[in-house]
Design a protein around this ligand. Structure first.
Ligand code: ADP
Ligand code: MG
Length: 378
């Protein structure tokens, strides 16, 4: 335990927070709350407003409109160094001419911490990130992963109540990213600090977060735990950005308390939904929830059964992914795990069957076109 560095995490509250650059809106009236000690991740594609949001919290970017509170106090007029926030960027930004230990000590110098205390805290921070033995080196004598550990030590050494991280692992290779993700998770648990973490990598968000806010075009589409977002996505964007989804397009109908769509392949039913009757909608289901049944027997008795033809398969070792053509020309994905591979092959006609409880009917709005699927390997 790093008892010396632990901090009671602060709450962060954004209300209608907006950033405009001229006519362009980078962040569009978002509401968001990070709870004390929470690991909150901002997840979204490039350009969706994650960095701008983080920089407003840090104080590097001015707020155009809305409220920003840390522990329920407005911080608009506070400069970054008075917000008690630590920050880690994608590029480590260490001082090349200073030793690792001096880099980590830098924020303590700025805060006029006495020498003995400084040395103690630097040693503690380096130990926490697993670099206790490398304090004497220069940054150039460390690997990329080690440099990022130094940046992390420097951000936490003065026990800020909030740590902000903007794609801190983005420049590292996959194996190192996996290792450091687990380290960051452990450090979060040890410190008790509130973490706000930016990434465009859904797997990273799933591994790290207590809750995830999904960004799209300057807005937040949905906030929830990994399970909430994966099992109960509330928009088509979330269903497609976090994991994969198969979409059956059609017109929404309400059917006896449940939801449904009239699609070219027939009427399909779901337990959940948010589309109003008559609206363009998609029935959304995860590819691993769909079972393939050969068409030579009777129509299967399932909540939902749709005809399709297997176009393509990809072998992935622990699973197999199939692209299926539907009658309306669109494609959906089916994923079968290694222990449960069906006999269906490319060219075969199949029934796609799935249960209403695994499906949701979500509004697609007037402008959404039928998406095609590619077999990108995840
Ligand atoms: P993300 O971090 O999710 O990739 P950003 O917050 O960096 O997204 O950017 C959100 C939007 O704001 C983008 O369209 C970007 O081009 C725009 N933007 C960011 N910073 C500036 C700036 N200083 N001036 C003008 N536009 C900006
Ligand atoms: Mg960014």
């Amino acid at each position: 335990m790093s008892a010396d560095l632990s901090a009671h995490g602060a709450s962060i509250t954004l209300k209608g927070l907006t950033k405009r650059y001229g006519d362009a809106t980078a962040v569009d009236a978002i509401d968001l709350e990070a709870r004390p000690g929470e690991f909150l991740t901002l997840l979204g594609p490039s350009g969706s407003g994650k960095t701008t949001t983080l920089n407003m919290i840090a104080g590097f970017v001015d707020v155009t409109e809305g409220e920003l509170l840390i522990d329920d106090k407005p911080v608009h007029s506070l400069p970054p160094y008075k917000r008690n926030i630590g920050m880690v960027f994608q590029h480590y930004a260490l001082f090349p001419h200073m030793s690792v230990a001096d880099n980590v000590a830098y924020p303590l110098h700025q805060r006029k911490v006495a020498k003995a205390e400084r040395q103690r805290l630097v040693a503690e921070a380096l130990k926490t990130v697993g670099l206790a033995h490398l304090g004497h080196r220069r940054p150039a004598q460390l690997s990329g992963g080690q440099q990022q550990r130094v940046a992390l030590a420097r951000a936490m050494v003065y026990s800020p109540r909030v740590l902000l991280m903007d794609e801190p692992l983005g420049a590292l290779d996959k194996k190192l990213r996996d290792t450091l993700q687990l380290e960051i998770k452990r450090i979060h648990a040890e410190l008790g600090t509130t973490f706000v973490y930016v990434t465009h990598d859904q797997d990273e968000a799933l591994v790290l977060s207590d809750r995830i806010a999904v960004f799209n075009d300057g807005r937040i589409e949905q906030i929830g735990t990994a399970t909430d977002l994966y099992e109960r996505p509330s928009t088509v964007f979330v269903a497609q950005f976090l994991g994969e989804s198969s979409l059956f397009h059609g017109e929404a109908i309400s059917s006896g308390g449940g939801y449904g769509v009239h699609s070219p392949g027939g009427t399909l039913r779901a337990q959940r939904g948010n589309a109003s009757s008559g609206e363009p909608a998609a029935l959304v289901v995860r590819p691993e929830r769909i079972r393939l049944v050969p068409t030579d027997g009777a129509e299967p008795t399932a909540d939902n059964a749709v005809r399709g033809r297997v176009r393509q398969e990809i072998y992935l070792g622990n699973s197999r992914k199939l692209a299926i053509d539907l009658p309306d020309g669109s494609q959906v994905l089916v994923r079968e795990s290694a222990g449960d591979i069906s006999a269906s092959r490319p060219g075969d006609d199949v029934w796609l069957t799935f249960r209403a409880e695994h499906a949701a009917v979500l509004s697609t709005g007037p402008s959404t076109t039928a998406p095609t699927t590619n077999l990108g390997v995840h």
